[in-house]
Ligand binder design. Structure first.
Ligand SMILES: [Zn+2]
Length: 68
């Protein structure tokens, strides 16, 4: 999981995910951009899946995503 392990948002999770960091990540299912709708989850702008953020690290796995 090179994309996941390269990103650690740390304290920024308390505010919102840095938008510049978000440009580096994409939905593993549909490759659309992700948006920080919630401080503890990333929302895919394409398919609407929600990816959890655990310990400041977004879990960009299809198996971990919540479907809309
Ligand atoms: Zn998607």
């Amino acid at each position: 999981m090179p994309v996941c392990s390269a990103l650690h948002f740390g304290d920024m999770q308390r505010q919102f995910i840095d938008k510049a960091a978000l440009r580096m990540v994409a939905c593993p299912v549909c490759h659309a951009a992700l948006t920080a709708l919630h401080p503890e989850a990333l929302l895919c702008t394409g398919c609407g899946r929600r990816y959890p953020i655990r310990d400041g690290l977004p879990v960009l796995l299809a198996a971990a995503a919540e479907r809309p």
